[in-house]
Design a binder for this molecule. Structure first.
Ligand code: NAD
Length: 468
């Protein structure tokens, strides 16, 4: 009996799709993995793909976006991505990574995000259309490796671009797995090959080569301050989605029981890896004890012994940075390292500390949440603004005082301001609005989506098509 190769099956499926959808003018494609030995060949392939992509219809694009969603949402794929990421990076937890990947696959806007503006009048018709840049260079973090590839992939392809990813070297395997799957699914849906590419060995050198390559027209960096500064110094148009250190302020008017649960839920989500997660709590003195009491009922464990708090600080903080080995680890494993047996169900470590403590200043990205007692809501706002470091990223406030909420929003100037909910409500998980894992505070695009990864182009027809 003769066997049919996987390649033949893919080509047959691609041909059937092409015949069924009919209207597509995408050129015929052969399957590739999208993984190249060096940056130059990856970028040249992506550029060729983009030029072919220009001939595809908007209906094609919508189908390709759907193909990305479909790949990500296969239950075995969600499980595999979550498990493999935890294994490879040593960070985060499987159930929350599944939730994050599902959220980006379902809630990242597609082609509907590209809204045309038009002016019509005696002089004719002018439109501004949201058009692609071409090849985008996207740098992704260890903290959300597959989430960022899915999220950027949908938005960038919806806007008509091709993308070369520079994944974090410590998330290479799972990023390769996903990019390979996406290429196969895209080609099977009729897309040009190599719309999403990367290199065999992601590295800082390769990222630098990507940043300098003349065919890369836009850079998008999702990561810490180093990479944001690097893309902004590249001489190219760049979108910087940088570090956060989100404060959560709780005043005396808040529903304390709910605030406590929301904060524990948000700060323990994926072991506190998201840049949006609560990183320090500022609690008005009159409700601090009640807040802690309620947090303990929801899976928080309080470190009270000052010597143990300092032992933990010595373990997880190194100067102005968190110690990489402890980033994204679980609360019980962190407690174990300082000789504490965590009660069953512990998901967050809390510790009351003075405002000057390194736990407040450093972006820890682990389930260790400092609590600072403040005398009133005004002092809480003063501290929140300082702790956020001017990142303009995310802040959370629990209060029923509309005036206080408004003052806080005006003072802190963050891209995301969550009121009376867990931090992840700000990225569409349990809050209204779309999802993004590239939140561009420094460069001001906010929660990025297809229209962010696009150029505005004016098209003017003089003296015609004004039918008013
Ligand atoms: P990181 O800055 O160490 O790495 C991010 C990416 O940049 C990686 O791919 C890395 O290889 C690359 N990189 C870093 N420095 C580089 C340099 N000098 N030259 C070339 N490439 C370089 O960040 P991480 O630890 O992977 O992720 C956590 C950080 O990212 C946190 O600060 C977090 O707040 C931030 N983050 C921000 C967002 C956002 O949307 N604003 C989203 C996720 C993560």
């Amino acid at each position: 009996m003769s066997t049919i190769s996987a390649e033949t099956v893919r080509q047959v499926v691609a041909e059937v799709v092409r015949q069924v959808v009919g209207a597509s003018s995408c050129p015929p494609a052969t399957v590739t993995d999208g993984i190249f030995p060096d940056m130059d060949s990856a970028i040249v392939a992506a550029d060729t793909a983009w030029r072919a992509y220009l001939n595809c219809t908007m209906k094609d694009r919508a189908r390709f976006v759907q193909a990305i969603r479909d790949v990500a949402l296969v239950p075995e794929h969600l499980e595999f991505m979550a498990r493999s990421t935890v294994e490879e990076t040593g960070m985060g937890n499987v159930p929350d990574k599944i939730a994050k990947n599902r959220a980006v696959a379902e809630l990242t806007p597609g082609t509907e995000d590209l809204v045309t503006e038009a002016w019509s009048g005696d002089a004719g018709l002018t439109t501004v259309e949201i058009s692609p840049f071409g090849v985008i260079g996207a740098i992704t973090p260890t903290t959300n490796p597959t989430e960022t590839i899915i999220n950027n992939g949908i938005g960038m392809l919806a806007a008509g671009n091709a993308v070369v990813f520079s994944p974090h070297p410590r998330a290479t395997k799972v990023s390769h797995w996903l990019i390979r799957k996406l290429n196969h699914a895209l080609v099977a849906a009729g897309a040009p090959p190599n719309l999403i590419v990367t290199v065999t060995e992601p590295s800082i050198e390769n990222t630098n080569a990507m940043m300098q390559h003349k065919l890369v027209r836009l850079l998008v960096a999702t990561g810490g301050p180093g990479i944001v500064k690097a893309v902004l110094s590249s001489g190219k148009k760049a979108i910087g989605a940088g570090a956060g250190n989100p404060p959560a302020l709780v005043d005396a008017t808040a529903d304390i029981e709910k605030a406590a649960k929301d904060i524990v839920d948000g700060a323990s989500f994926d072991n506190n890896l998201p840049c949006t997660a609560e990183k320090e709590v500022l609690a008005v003195a009159s409700i601090t004890d009640l807040l802690k009491f309620e947090m303990l009922k929801n899976g928080a464990y309080e470190l009270r012994d000052p010597a143990l708090i300092e032992k933990l600080a010595a373990l997880v903080v190194d100067g102005r940075h968190a110690v990489t080995d402890w980033i994204g680890k679980s609360a019980p494993s962190i407690l174990k390292a300082i000789g504490v047996d965590a009660p069953v169900g512990t998901r967050l470590i809390i510790a009351e500390v003075p405002f000057e403590h390194p736990f407040v200043r450093v972006e820890l990205m682990m389930p260790v949440l400092p609590i600072v007692r403040v005398k009133d809501v005004e002092q809480g706002m003063d501290y929140a603004v300082i702790a956020e470091h001017g990142n303009r990223h995310t802040a959370i406030m629990h209060s029923t005082d509309v005036n206080a909420l408004t003052r806080m929003a005006k003072r802190i100037q963050t891209t995301i301001f969550v009121k009376n909910g867990p931090s992840y409500a700000g990225i569409g998980i349990g809050g209204e609005g779309y999802c993004s894992f590239t939140i561009a505070g420094p460069t001001g695009e906010g929660l990025t989506s297809a229209r962010t990864f696009a150029r505005r182009r004016r098209c003017v027809l003089v003296g015609g098509l004004n039918v008013r």
